[in-house]
Write a protein that binds this ligand. Structure first.
Ligand SMILES: [Zn+2]
Length: 218
């Protein structure tokens, strides 16, 4: 026989929403079993059993996001760093429900109780990228971040924005050229070398354009 649970049970008196509500309301001390039951229009017995997990046991409350995060943090004693994701030299990434952000940014948002702006950087006093210990972190703007990086002799690791295609001052081709190159090669009347000569670039460059290793966005 199939185990019929929760809302799939035709005799179920409560919905998943009801059960979640009842458990939360009870945990928050908002009412007695009877009051919660009356609110939901079910018997006191049904509500009490659902709240005490005698029924609806399969409906587990998802662990809060922050608990999931901290469970992956290795805390050291004393003033030591707390490493997220087991790699001290790397910024650990964390899925916050909307996107992937750095663990250190996530912690700073919890600490501040607000979202960080894009121009707010979270820096490490301890200079350990994987560290998420709140008192090892501070917020800085981009210029402060650069000064901090320079003072710590880490400026070489500050990566300039990535330019692509025509934005590159040294680009030999335009987007139109690239489209034309792909078209010519696709039609197949010209060899790679012939096309390369037409546009004043090397054969391998044409090959990389064809394979979309470069100019991928065109
Ligand atoms: Zn640290």
């Amino acid at each position: 026989m199939i185990d019929v649970v929760g809302e799939n049970n035709p005799r179920a008196k409560m919905t998943v929403r009801d059960v979640r509500f009842a458990r939360k309301a009870s945990a928050a001390g908002l009412g007695t079993y009877r009051e919660i039951a009356t609110h939901l229009g079910v018997s006191r017995n049904s509500a009490a059993k659902a709240i005490r997990r005698i029924t609806w046991r399969e409906l587990r409350q998802a662990a809060p996001r922050s608990a999931r995060f901290w469970s992956k943090v290795e805390r050291s004693n004393g003033d030591g760093c707390w490493i997220y994701g087991k790699a001290p030299r790397r910024y650990g990434r964390f899925w916050n429900g909307h996107g992937c952000i750095g663990g250190h940014r996530y912690v700073m948002q919890i600490t501040l109780g607000r979202r960080l702006r894009r121009d707010e950087y979270v820096c490490h006093r301890c200079d350990t990228p994987g560290c998420v210990r709140p008192d090892h972190l501070f917020v800085a703007t981009q210029s402060e971040n650069l000064v901090d990086a320079r003072d710590k002799g880490r400026l070489s690791s500050v990566v300039p924005p990535k330019l692509k295609g025509e934005e590159c001052p040294w680009a030999k081709l335009s987007e139109r050229d690239v489209k034309k190159i792909r078209e010519l090669r696709c039609v197949g009347h010209y060899t790679q070398e012939q096309v390369a000569e037409m546009f004043g670039v090397s054969g391998p460059t044409i090959s990389r354009i064809e394979r979309r290793e470069i100019w991928r966005h065109v």
